[in-house]
Write a protein that binds this ligand. Structure first.
Ligand SMILES: *Cc1c(COP(=O)(O)O)cnc(C)c1O
Length: 468
């Protein structure tokens, strides 16, 4: 199995090199050269497996033999052993043929744990084999940082630096990062906004001497291995609910398009999925595109679902690549037009083809709160402001009563207690393993928004760690 860039200007790589590279050198994203195929019988054979057993079967073809199956199985089992639900990704029935899959039973209570727990282990495994080390640097507006820290803590070949905007993440989110006291974890509270944090990380990577000296790397959602690990729960839920003998509609609360793209990959691999319902908040660039055929940028507005407050969905490029018949030059050109005009039209034919399997619905703040309360009153299921957007959009788009609608719940309600309580009158409790979060010791360093000072900070920390 080889991986190729969505801009067709970088060499094809094997799985391990794609894992460590993240972004391709031509600025594109890596995708598999072809989709592994699962026949109806292959899908039937997945019935009765545990989440981890099924995960190994679904992901193995993507490794192209680069990691021995037994080693991979061990990593997958370790990744999900600590999740606090025996099913790992439990399904709850909301109404006839309407289900929600709870993807918030990992260590940091967001679906990002499902891919990142495995990606952290894969990094460590490959780096140890190569006798190499990396410094992971990332910016977070909340969920990604804690999931990445949990995935990388105490791993010998990784140092991780996470920048968050000082005073602009919730107390729960900050404490999930800063109470991890492992020596290889470094939290920076930057005096600035999330955009400042992201620019800082870009600038660190842009300084080639610095990047090479410290072997900088990233685990953001452009990394192929994250998508790969997200394909698993589409297979898991569909098989649990009767695939290949039933048809499915998936509703996904969407930001960077990584999660729903993984569903598209599962469909390409043979899973009987009729369509995807993309849920967005007021930052509705994808919903507007699906409705009009034009993708046009608007300023980001803060909402109750901050992990979806995004203008450019980076993983959409992976989908475009297929709809441009895998012509990376044409993809690069279309994206260039988008960057310079803040607006682009991919052509009538492509828009229609994409609209055949993707449908978008926007759910604003007041609809979000009303829907949280409505679902809780009707079913007892208490969802966070991101997850409810998936459910609500799914209900709006569930037009074929014979198909099963599965909405993906992406965060635990206790991650967003204020909004959930305001909507429903219920205060969502943190699970037992985080019950003492507010008593734990925090460690973080406040830093000004200045590149040279951040570089000195990182260099000094790495020196200290080497001599420790
Ligand atoms: C990251 C995130 C999303 C958006 O997922 P994408 O893969 O970026 O589309 C939705 N909900 C929550 C809670 C998240 O953390």
């Amino acid at each position: 199995m080889k991986y190729i860039s969505t801009r067709s200007g970088a060499p094809a790589l094997e799985f391990e090199d794609v894992l460590l590279a993240g972004l391709a050198r031509d600025g594109g994203l890596y995708v598999p050269e072809s989709w592994p195929q699962f026949s109806a019988d292959d899908i039937r054979a997945l019935r009765g497996l545990s989440y981890a057993e099924l995960a190994v079967k679904v992901m193995l073809p993507f490794l192209g033999g680069s990691i021995p199956e037994d080693d991979f199985r061990q990593m997958v089992e370790d990744s999900y052993a600590g999740f606090d639900h025996p099913a790992v990704a439990p399904l709850k029935e909301l109404a006839p043929n309407q289900w929600v899959c709870e993807l918030f039973h990992g260590p940091t209570l967001a679906f990002k744990d499902y891919p990142l727990q495995l990606v952290g282990r894969l990094f460590d495994y490959v780096l140890k084999k190569r006798g190499a080390r990396v410094t992971i640097v990332g910016a977070t507006s909340g969920d990604t940082g804690s999931a990445a820290i949990e995935a990388c803590r105490d791993r010998d070949s990784i140092e991780i630096f996470i920048l968050h905007p000082k005073g602009r993440v919730s107390d729960v989110q900050r404490r999930q990062m800063t109470t991890v006291l492992s020596g290889n974890v470094h939290n920076i509270a930057l005096d600035g906004t999330f955009d400042d944090c992201q620019d800082m990380v870009k600038n660190l990577f842009a300084d080639e001497a610095f990047r090479d000296a410290h072997h900088l790397s990233a685990v953001n959602s452009i990394n192929w291995s994250r998508i790969m690990a997200q394909i698993v729960y589409y297979f898991w839920t569909a098989v649990e609910l009767g695939a290949p003998d039933r048809k499915f509609i998936y509703a996904v609360p969407t930001g960077n398009f990584g999660n729903v793209y993984a569903g598209y990959a599962a469909k390409q691999m043979g899973l009987p999925i009729e369509k995807f319902i993309v849920g967005s908040n007021e930052n509705d660039i994808l919903t507007r595109f699906l409705a009009t055929g034009t993708m046009s940028m608007e300023p980001v507005v803060p909402t109750l679902s901050p992990s979806m407050d995004i203008q450019i969905s980076s993983n959409f490029e992976r989908l475009l690549f297929d709809y441009y018949d895998r012509d990376g030059k044409a993809v690069a050109q279309a994206l260039e037009e988008f960057r310079s005009n803040q607006s682009v039209d991919f052509g009538q034919g492509r828009w229609q083809a994409i609209s055949e399997i993707f449908e978008g619905y926007r759910v604003n703040n007041s609809e979000t709160k009303a829907a949280i309360n409505e679902l809780y009153q009707a079913t007892g299921e208490l969802l966070d402001p991101h997850s409810i957007i998936g459910v609500k959009a799914g209900q709006m788009g569930h037009s074929d009563p014979d198909s099963i609608m599965v909405a993906l719940a992406t965060a635990h309600p206790a991650k967003f207690p204020a909004a959930v309580e305001e909507a429903s009158g219920v205060h969502p409790e943190l699970p037992a393993h985080l019950a003492d979060l507010f008593e734990r010791e925090e460690r973080l360093d406040e830093m000004p928004n200045a590149l040279d000072q951040i570089q000195d900070y990182i260099t000094n920390k790495l020196e200290m760690r080497k001599s420790a």
